[in-house]
Every structure is written in structure tokens, then in C-alpha cells.
Design a binder for this molecule. Sequence first.
Ligand code: MLT
Length: 266
Amino acid sequence: MRVRTFGGGPPLLLVHGFPLDGTMWNPVIPALAQRWRVIVPDLRGFGQTPWPANAPPQTAADVEANRVTFSLNDFADDLAELLATLAIHGPITFCGLSMGGYIAFAFWRRHAKLVERLILCDTRAAADSPEAAAARRATAERVLREGTEFVAEAMLPKLHASAAFARDPAICAETHAVILRADPRAVAAASLAMAARPDSTGDLAGINVPTLVLCGEHDVISPPEEMAAWAKLIPNCRYVTIAGSGHMTTLENPADFAAAVNRVLD
Ligand code: MLT
């Protein structure tokens, strides 16, 4: 697993969204590394971490036939193993954006002892609707046949705020390029895993670590009203809106994002 580490201080694990890689954290790393030991992995099959050579691509037909070979729990367990490899045995702050947030819930269920705080960014507690899950299964089949271009075309307008395309065209072009580089096997497996993820709403009241919930003001994938509502169910939680940003808060408003995360330490 490819991992980059920066700075010093309490460990902060940054887990990227779908179908992206650890570079989505780049604009916030310099400010975060002043206060934290920042750990930035690429999940399996994304960025510079290869999809395991011996793992066959999971297909929608496999899932329908109950031959599930990959779930978000596997991403969570990869991260627990990564921390052990880095000799980080104490609890960490787990910060996940979007799919990284879904993985945060899986990590919380499986490795709560490793979690000192949670930071849940532009993500959802609810499971997919049946229609959304069916669309993801269709994406999984198509990406294995056609590659990632159609995924980039479909996702880009939802990942970035509409104003960002005029304001920061280079950033939006880079997101497009990152999606084109993703391994179709990983995109298929992650799509199927997200479609099958459980509803985490019932876990919220039991989260007994300090939690920060962050959302871009113009996020259309995990809208601010929805995030603010479920954030209230977590006992020790602060909710922050990141002004002017779409779903990709780290890229569109890195200053406010990093300030909100650093404030956790105060
Ligand atoms: C992400 O940014 O990780 C995705 O938008 C998550 C999703 O498709 O639900």
C-alpha cells in the first residue's frame, strides 16, 4: 500500500473518496502537518496502490450469487494493518471524506479501540436507496467493460461546485485525470461495496469519541442539511459548513477545511 506521511504530532489518518486517491488531500497537508503526524494512503486499486494481483475483479453477478469477495470492511482492515505496519499502536484521529467516511464507519465498528477522534467529511450515514445501489451495480459492470472515462464524466459535475469549474478549472481537470487513472477493477469493487454498505445511522448514538462533521456548502452528494441532521445524533460532535465549496472541500476551500480540522486540537 502506497502511503505518504508528513509532520509530527498526534496521528491523523486521511482516507480519500471514490474514485480518487490520496492526492485529494494535497492542498490541506501543509497546514495539517504543522499540528499532526499526517498519514495519507492510497486505498487498494487507487492512486499508486495496485489492486492485488491475485484478487479477481468482483462483478455484480458475483454479488447477486452471494459470492462477495470484497466489502468496505476490507478497506478498513487494510488501514488497521497499515497502522500496525507503521508501528502506530495508540489511537488515531480517523478523517475520511465521502467513501472515506463510509470506511470510517466500518473502521469504527471493527477497530474502535484504534480511534481517538472521528472527522467525517462530505459523507453519508444512510445506506444507498435501492435505486442508487442498482445504479452502482450497473457502473461496476460497465467500468469493467469500458474503463473509467464515463465515470469521470458522470461524477465530475457532482464532485465540484458548479462555480468551481470557472474559478478553479485546473483543480477540476486534475480530479478528472485522477478518475481516469483509477483501476477499473477497484472502481467496480468499490462501487459494489458502497452499494452493499449498511446503514450507519444506528451507530451514531454510540460514537463515544469527539467527532467533527464537515460539509461543503454546495455539496450535492452529501448535502449540508442531511449531514447537520445526523451529526446531532452523535453525542460529542461539532458540525461545520465549509463556505463556497462543493463535495471536494479539501480542493475547493483548503484554508477553511484545514482550520476546522486543526481546531479539533484546541
Ligand atoms: C465519494 O466522493 O467518495 C463518492 O461520491 C461517494 C459516493 O459515491 O457515495
